[in-house]
Design a protein around this ligand. Structure first.
Ligand code: ITT
Length: 189
C-alpha cells in the first residue's frame, strides 16, 4: 500500500496521537506528530472547539494538519462533561464522574477531526460511539478509558485489546482518511 505522508497531527496528548497514528496507518496515512497545547476556546460544541484548534494548528505548522477534539457525553447529566471533558478530567477525574452518575449510565464518546490546509478553511469529520459508564474504574490506559463501556461489549475501553478497531477516534479517522485520500488522488490526476 502506498503511504501518504505529509500530514501533521497536533495535540498535547501523546496517547491520543499514538492511537491516531496506528489507526491512520491502517488506512494508508502517515501522521507526523507535533506536540503542542492548542488554544481550547470555551464553546458549547466539540465542532466549534475543533475548528478553532485547527486554525491555531495551521498557524503553527503552515502545512496540511489535523487536530481532534473528543468528548464524553453522559445522558443523565444532559451531556456533561461534553465540550468540557478535558477540564473535567483534570479536575474531578474518573472518580468524580463515577460519583455523579448514579442510575442511568448511558453515554456517548464523540470524536471530531478538523482538517486545515488553508487559513480560515476547516473541514470537520465526526463519529460517535454509544455506551455506558461503568460502576467502577476497570483497567488502566488513559483518560476516560477505564469507565467507558462501548455498546455490545462488557469491558471498558481500557480492557479491550481492540479499542482502536471500534473507537470514536477510529470511526472519525476512517471517514476522514477516505475523504483525504480521495482528495489527494483527484489533485494528483
Ligand atoms: P488535545 O491537546 O489534542 O486537545 P486533550 O487531551 O485535551 O488533547 P481532548 O480535549 O480531545 O484532548 O479530550 C477531552 C478529554 O477526553 C481529555 O481529558 C482526554 O484525555 C479524554 N479523551 C479523549 N479521547 C479519549 C479516549 O479515546 N479515551 C479516553 N479518554 C479520552
Amino acid at each position: 500500500m502506498q503511504m501518504s505522508s505529509d500530514l501533521f497531527f497536533i495535540s498535547s496528548n501523546k496517547n491520543k496521537f499514538e492511537e491516531a497514528k496506528n489507526i491512520a496507518l491502517e488506512f494508508g496515512l502517515k501522521l507526523k506528530f507535533l506536540k503542542h497545547s492548542l488554544q481550547e476556546i470555551q464553546a458549547n460544541t466539540l465542532e466549534e472547539i475543533a475548528t478553532q484548534k485547527a486554525m491555531h494548528a495551521f498557524s503553527i505548522c503552515s502545512k496540511p494538519v489535523i487536530v481532534e477534539d473528543a468528548g464524553l457525553f453522559i445522558k443523565s447529566l444532559n451531556g456533561f462533561p461534553g465540550p468540557y471533558s478535558s477540564f473535567v478530567f483534570d479536575t474531578i477525574g474518573n472518580k468524580g464522574i463515577l460519583r455523579l452518575v448514579t442510575v442511568k449510565r448511558d453515554a456517548v464518546f464523540r470524536s471530531v477531526i478538523a482538517y486545515c490546509e488553508k487559513r480560515g478553511d476547516v473541514t470537520l469529520f465526526s463519529a460517535d460511539v454509544n455506551g455506558t459508564i461503568s460502576k467502577k474504574e476497570q483497567g488502566k490506559r488513559w483518560g476516560y478509558d477505564p469507565i467507558f463501556i462501548p455498546s455490545g461489549k462488557n469491558k471498558t475501553y481500557s480492557q479491550l485489546a481492540g479499542k482502536n478497531k471500534i473507537s470514536h477516534r477510529y470511526l472519525a479517522l476512517k471517514i476522514f482518511s477516505n475523504w483525504y485520500l480521495d482528495k489527494k488522488k483527484s489533485s494528483d490526476r
